[in-house]
Ligand binder design. Structure first.
Ligand code: BGC
Length: 689
């Protein structure tokens, strides 16, 4: 393949080659029609294929043929702990991308959730590198099965939005390699990812998109990566550095395409003999190899399809397994459809659509079932459902003509969002909404509150200031639980929120991520027991953000240097080692049934050079359910510089009532000086070996 690509490259003029290595439109490179080399067409993003923009402006074309399937966000997907569903999600995305004529889909985002405040966390899988990579590998394979390249992003340590274009990440290499690299490494080694996107930020003083260390030493030399490296949009800052680095394609958000660093300025430097044409040749060869991999040059390409019934079904399947039952102290849930004659639903998120928000991950969804619609559709006409808003978000500023992305390179690319509290009229209005909701709640025997966050907070270019619930929801929930303890709380969001003010009084609590077009239906099915919840938290739900190591040991949302002083102590690795109580721990998620763990053994397979835990699990309740068996390795002689335990294996299995299933879980990196902990969450360890 390489040979053929080299031969083809030799036929290209310098200008033609340059056209292939930078954006000639906002989401496309230039074709070489003379030699039948097409443009490379790219599109965001992780939750579906983004709408069409004009070639050289951020104006949406606005046609009606770019509605697509809206998929659960990566946090939701990770919450399923189901590798097969990751493959299915990738496959839906790949097929839709191909159906829309795309060559590269700009996802998945595999950055580690270092702090709960990062505005893009909903696009990412987890705080844990093992869970992240296990999901990412299948996702990428699923996409690429459709002759579409996945573009795993953002390499590397892109963990805050504040000053994302300029912030310099100060991190020790151990942490980089153990926490922030593994998902990228496996994307290269196990998923054969065709393209990688460089990050906006700097590491060790160099911008990631032109970093010799990241792109040359790590990706190409150490990992032997021969795919295409694409910059983030506006992530390049210097012609010479970019050209001489292993970056292959420069993309940006402005429409002065000829002025891009790897456009005319590069031609000039080559003509002056300051940069060798060989570096360009290498880039073009990478791109031509990619085109061959995608069958772009031989006419044998899959055609794809979008908005199929099958995709909608698959989106529902993922959404169902993504809902996390955080609390069910008195067994309030599931509710009974038959017994619920009247139901009060409160909260703006019950009736809010989220697809078209969040930044580049926005989706023009063919449809989106809200929780309210999901619940009323499930209950049908025999139940009287009453809905009141209870709270409201801040009024939207005047709709602007320009898309945020057009100006996304200004002010360093991102900042902390501040909750507006100085608007008296708004405060009054919220009070009215609250009073109305409280009064109604007294009249009903069953209330469901559906609140949380939205893409004002979970959004590219934003970091949250803290984990507090916005829009005075705490006040409302506290009062609701006072007047009607029979209130089930549902949170919708992309990052955890503080719950301390009311959590002890809430008997039942469900968490739903942005769960795609069928999210509301899935939630309703869980609430009313048509689906037994099986989601488990892919991240720690801190009581407050200062319990997170990025804030207590390192710093976050700093403008110049983000100091990752916490090293490898990210998420539960920090909480568990330093004995800090989270609100809900990593891996936590309840079921409507219960599981008993027994008879676990370690099995070494010498032929395969693999180690497994084999464990018997019995469903001791009355309904079928899926359980995720989690395996943590803990060093027997714990040293100060290592986490007390780390996730190194998991499997999800369906078990019927009274049935016992023997399950084999592969453990990564086992050695005899490790204790093996088998459990239902990071803090619910059932067997120690
Ligand atoms: C984001 C990328 C995205 C790109 C193209 C950037 O702002 O960081 O994740 O793929 O824009 O929209």
């Amino acid at each position: 393949m390489k040979n053929e690509a080299e031969q083809l490259m030799k036929k290209l003029t310098l200008e033609e080659k340059i056209g292939m290595i930078h954006g000639a439109e906002l989401f496309r490179t230039a074709p070489v029609e003379r030699l039948n080399i097409p443009a490379l067409s790219m599109s965001d993003g992780p939750m579906g294929v983004r709408q069409e923009f004009e070639p050289n402006s951020w104006k949406c074309i606005g046609d009606n043929d770019d509605y697509v399937s809206y998929l659960p966000c990566n946090s939701a997907l990770a919450s399923t702990w189901n590798r097969e569903l990751a493959g299915i999600t990738g496959s839906v995305l790949g097929e839709e991308a191909r159906g829309r004529g795309k060559d590269v889909i700009l996802g998945p985002g595999v950055n580690i959730k270092r702090s709960p405040l990062c505005g893009r966390n909903f696009e990412y899988f987890s705080e844990d590198p093992f869970l992240t990579k296990e999901m990412a590998v299948n996702y990428i394979k699923g996409v690429q099965n459709w002759d579409v390249a996945a573009c795993v992003k953002h390499f590397a340590a892109n963990n805050q939005e504040t000053q994302r274009l300029w912030v310099d990440v100060k991190i020790d290499e151990k942490a980089l390699r153990e926490i922030y690299f593994p998902a990228f490494y496996d994307a290269v080694k196990k998923a054969d990812v065709y393209t990688i996107m460089g990050a906006y930020n700097k590491i060790y003083g160099k911008h990631c998109c032109q970093s010799d260390f990241l792109l040359n030493d790590v990706l190409r030399k150490e990992w032997n990566y021969d795919g295409v490296i694409i910059s983030d949009w506006g992530g390049v800052h210097d012609t010479e550095e970019a050209a001489n680095s292993e970056l292959d394609i420069e993309m940006s958000v402005t429409n002065n395409f000829d002025d891009y660093y790897m456009a005319q300025p590069l031609i000039k430097l080559i003509k002056e003999g300051k940069i060798s044409e060989d570096v360009i040749n290498n880039k073009v060869v990478h791109i031509l190899i990619l085109m061959k991999r995608l069958h772009m040059l031989d006419g044998k390409r899959k055609s794809g399809a979008y908005n199929t019934k099958e995709h909608q079904k698959q989106a529902l399947e993922v959404a169902r397994e993504s809902v996390v039952l955080l609390k069910n102290t008195k067994g309030t849930l599931p509710l009974s459809k038959e017994k619920t004659k009247e139901l009060l639903i409160i909260g703006e998120n019950a009736d809010m659509k989220h697809a078209l928000g969040g930044g580049s991950a926005e989706i023009k969804a063919l449809y989106e079932i809200t929780p309210l619609m999901g619940i009323t559709a499930l209950l049908g006409g025999n139940t009287k459902v009453t809905y009141v808003k209870g709270y409201c978000q801040d009024p939207k500023e005047e709709l602007q003509d320009i898309n945020w992305q057009e100006t996304s390179l200004e002010n360093g690319g991102g900042e902390v969002v501040k909750i507006k509290t100085d608007n008296k009229a708004l405060a009054e209005y919220r009070k009215t909404l609250r009073q109305e909701a409280i009064a109604k709640a007294k009249e009903f025997s069953q209330v469901i509150f559906i609140g949380g966050l939205n893409h004002e907070y979970d959004c590219e270019g934003n970091d949250r200031e803290d984990m507090k619930l916005p829009y005075e929801q705490d006040l409302l929930i506290e009062e609701l639980l006072n007047v009607n303890p029979n209130t089930t709380v549902v949170m919708v969001g992309g990052s955890p929120v503080e719950m301390g003010r009311w959590i002890n009084r809430a008997d039942s609590l469900l968490w739903s991520w942005y769960a795609g077009m069928e999210g509301g239906k899935a939630l309703a099915e869980v609430l009313f027991g048509k689906i037994n919840p099986s989601g488990k938290l892919p991240e720690s739900f801190y009581k407050t953000h200062t319990d997170c190591s990025a804030h207590s040991l390192g710093n976050f949302a700093e403008k110049e240097t983000a100091d990752y002083a916490e090293g490898v102590f990210v998420g539960y690795r920090y909480l568990d080692t330093y004995n800090i109580e989270p609100e809900f721990c990593f891996g936590h998620g309840l079921s409507y049934t219960s599981f008993e763990y027994k008879e676990a053994n370690i099995i070494k397979d010498k032929n395969e050079d693999k180690t497994y835990v084999e464990c018997s699990i019995t469903n001791t309740g009355n309904v079928s359910g899926k359980e995720t068996i989690q395996v943590y390795l803990a060093p027997k002689n714990h040293k100060e510089d290592e986490p007390i335990q780390q996730l190194k294996g998991f499997e999800k299995v369906l078990i019927n009532p009274s049935e016992t299933v023997k399950i084999k879980v592969e453990i990564e990196g086992y050695s005899e000086d490790m204790e093996v902990r088998v459990g239902s969450s990071s803090r619910d360890i059932r067997i120690v070996l």
